[in-house]
Design a protein around this ligand. Structure first.
Ligand SMILES: Cc1cc2nc3c(=O)[nH]c(=O)nc-3n(C[C@H](O)[C@H](O)[C@H](O)COP(=O)(O)OP(=O)(O)OC[C@H]3O[C@@H](n4cnc5c(N)ncnc54)[C@H](O)[C@@H]3O)c2cc1C
Length: 484
């Protein structure tokens, strides 16, 4: 049995943030993740917004951690070389009731410590985000967008560089205790002993708590579906635009959000569902999304849509209650050594690093934590060719001709970048692992041009058999033989 001081279950944004934060200290840490890579759960399926914190109830953990997260997110992204853009955000009112709602959101935001919030008239709104309808709005200058995949990847790579061990394809199936009080965490591949167990299992966190002997939290899955627009629509929207909040819905309303990669996403819906893993995108919801988005930004057209996806909120609030219940982040009194992070729905990514610091303080109250002298805080991402100037690109091509060969034409991703993605420090070899690291296959052709070229590299340059190539984790095999 492998033994660690700390086992973290889940390599989403929260688990990776906890791993990165704890890697500052002289601790032996293992992360167990059921998928084949980081961000395989909710952290890869959301709106990618660094929220300012005005949506959350004053005094709640959600509000406190979100505001703290927002204030430090830019510095964190700069330290870890993660795409981040402070865009600001607009909440739009269509009638007097909406304006009333915005006035109370503004007051709530100010009570939470959000900076710079102000009401704007229709004229200023048009200056901020041309093409947006409505009679007025609220502007939040501190809201930003970021790349959630690269955020998780960067946190995990930095934790790895600082000594954390990651075990992928390792679903936790049972948890017991030794007579010493240590946990024994079992996966199909082996058992892991630890003194402290940190439950960051997202939608699976209720089950993990019960397995470990902690309380039985019931989580209600609430799905949010999205459209993705082609980059041709990029110029239409400089910042996220949301409708004024309406009471009782399980999300923030259908919004339009520009991504750091230059696409616009539309969504999410909010629909309680019965199955925790049902990621379907459904026609009635998608039709509704389009109609709501068109009301906010009349210039969008159906032909701009290039894809769809869905994410699932792990809600503590049942359907009959709706809205939000606060995050649970604590060591369970009836289960010493188990630190639970439950109900981490939006703004969970914005709040992930403050949540990790909270976990560190909980652990620090149990045992002395000694800082490492050799902790390395910075992490450098591989080159993103499309972000360079023409001169820089020409220089790189001279140094390495693989920068001169485009594999993904829609997103301008070069062969060298695909190679860097394939050779990632975790050895993650799925198509999605390459997609999220290099951003290939995400353009208008949906991989029509680049996918076969990536597969060719995996087979001919990395010795994989076609049957071994998966889209994500085991069970998503893409080929079962040759056609010619
Ligand atoms: C529609 C939607 C929009 C959102 N928009 C935003 C936003 O704009 N900004 C923001 O800040 N937040 C947003 N959020 C919230 C944010 O995405 C989540 O709070 C955050 O990603 C949660 O991270 P996590 O690490 O707790 O969960 P996850 O990312 O789901 O990670 C949990 C991990 O645990 C693993 N796991 C589960 N069970 C087991 C097991 N038995 N053994 C091993 N591993 C296991 C899973 O595979 C998963 O990888 C949004 C969420 C949704 C659903």
């Amino acid at each position: 049995m492998e033994r660690s001081d700390v086992v973290i279950i889940g390599a989403g944004g929260v688990g990776c943030a906890v791993a990165r934060e704890l890697s500052r200290y002289k601790l032996n840490i293992t992360v167990l993740e059921k998928e084949c890579d980081v961000a395989g759960g909710i952290s890869g399926r959301n709106s990618a917004v660094v929220h300012a914190g005005f949506n959350n109830v004053p005094g709640s953990l959600m509000a406190k951690l979100c505001v703290e997260g927002n204030q430090n997110f830019e510095a964190l992204c700069s330290e870890l070389d993660v795409p981040y853009k402070k865009t600001g955000k607009l909440l739009v009112a269509f009638d007097e009731n909406d304006m009333e709602s915005l006035r109370s959101v503004l007051a709530q935001g100010e009570a939470n410590g959000c900076k710079g919030l102000r009401l704007v008239g229709a004229d200023e709104m048009k200056d901020l985000a041309p093409g947006i309808g409505g009679i007025g709005g609220m502007y939040s200058p501190e809201t930003a967008v970021f790349d959630p995949f690269l955020y998780c990847i960067a946190l995990a790579e930095n934790a790895l560089a600082n000594g954390v061990q990651f075990r992928f394809n390792s679903e936790v199936i049972s948890i017991g205790r030794e007579s010493s009080g240590s946990f024994v965490v079992k996966t199909a591949g082996g058992a892991y002993g630890c003194r402290l167990l940190i439950n960051c299992a997202g939608l699976g966190s209720g089950r993990i708590s019960e397995m470990a002997g902690g309380p039985a939290y019931r989580l209600y899955p609430c799905r949010g579906e999205y459209f993705i627009l082609d980059k041709v629509a990029d110029d239409l929207l400089p910042m996220p635009v949301y409708p004024a909040p309406r009471k009782g819905i399980g999300g923030l309303g259908v919004h339009l959000t520009p991504t750091t990669a230059g696409n616009i996403i539309i969504g999410p819906s909010a629909e309680y569902i019965s199955q925790i893993d049902d990621l379907s995108c459904t026609k009635p919801v998608m039709d509704g999304l389009y109609a709501e988005a068109k009301a906010l930004l009349p210039a969008i057209e159906r032909k701009m849509i290039i894809g769809s996806y869905a994410g699932i909120r792990p809600k503590l609030a049942p359907p009959e209650e709706g809205g939000y219940r606060d995050f649970v982040i604590k060591e369970e009194a009836n289960c010493p050594g188990l630190v639970n992070l439950i109900g981490i729905e939006s703004p969970g990514l914005t709040a992930s690093m403050p949540a990790a610091r909270m976990v560190r303080r909980i652990i620090g109250n149990r045992m002395p934590l000694e800082e490492k002298e050799d902790f390395v805080a910075a992490r450098k991402a591989p080159v993103r060719f499309r972000d360079l100037t023409e001169e820089e690109q020409a220089q790189l091509i001279c140094e390495d001709p693989e920068y001169g060969e485009l594999i993904c034409r829609c997103q301008k991703v070069t062969k060298r970048e695909i190679r860097n993605a394939i050779e990632n420090p975790f050895g993650a070899r799925s198509i999605s692992a390459i997609k999220y690291r290099a951003w290939a296959t995400t353009g208008r052709c949906n991989g029509g041009y680049c996918l076969t070229r990536i597969v060719d590299m995996l087979i001919h340059e990395y010795g994989m058999k076609p049957e071994e190539i998966t889209y994500r984790s085991a069970g998503s095999e893409m080929f079962d033989g040759k056609v010619k």
